[in-house]
Write a protein that binds this ligand. Structure first.
Ligand code: ZN
Length: 119
């Protein structure tokens, strides 16, 4: 299905997706070692240990978000190749350009997205 996106918009969004993919992959690489469980330091206070565990749990949660976003970015790149990028996967309406600029990996239009976000 043809989306109403101009070739210029498509080229720009394609660049955004490539950049996102690179940035997200880099982020996962650089945070990989920090996400590993650290051995208990002998003289670490209980409080600093708890701090460390807390920081790690945040880091791990962020990595999951990053990984999921990377998957969405890669799926969007496939849709771009298959020339069905920019259409909502649920209602098949065009996704608004401002939304794609903000979230180039978006697979749902704003209406369908807000319906899926029930929590
Ligand atoms: Zn939709």
């Amino acid at each position: 299905m043809e989306n109403g996106l101009s070739p210029a918009s498509l080229a720009m969004l394609s660049d955004s997706l490539k950049k996102l993919e690179r940035d997200l992959s880099d982020l996962l690489t650089t945070t990989e070692s920090d996400a590993q469980p650290t051995p208990l330091k002998e003289n670490a206070s209980r409080l600093s240990r708890m701090d460390e565990m807390h920081n790690q749990s945040i880091l791990r949660a962020n990595r999951i978000v990053t990984k999921n976003r990377l998957i969405e970015v890669q799926k969007a790149m496939i849709r771009l190749e298959e020339q069905n990028y920019g259409s909502c996967l649920n209602c098949f309406e065009d996704i608004a350009l401002p939304r794609l600029k903000a979230y180039p990996e978006a697979s749902l239009c704003i209406d369908c997205k807000s319906k899926t976000e029930t929590i």
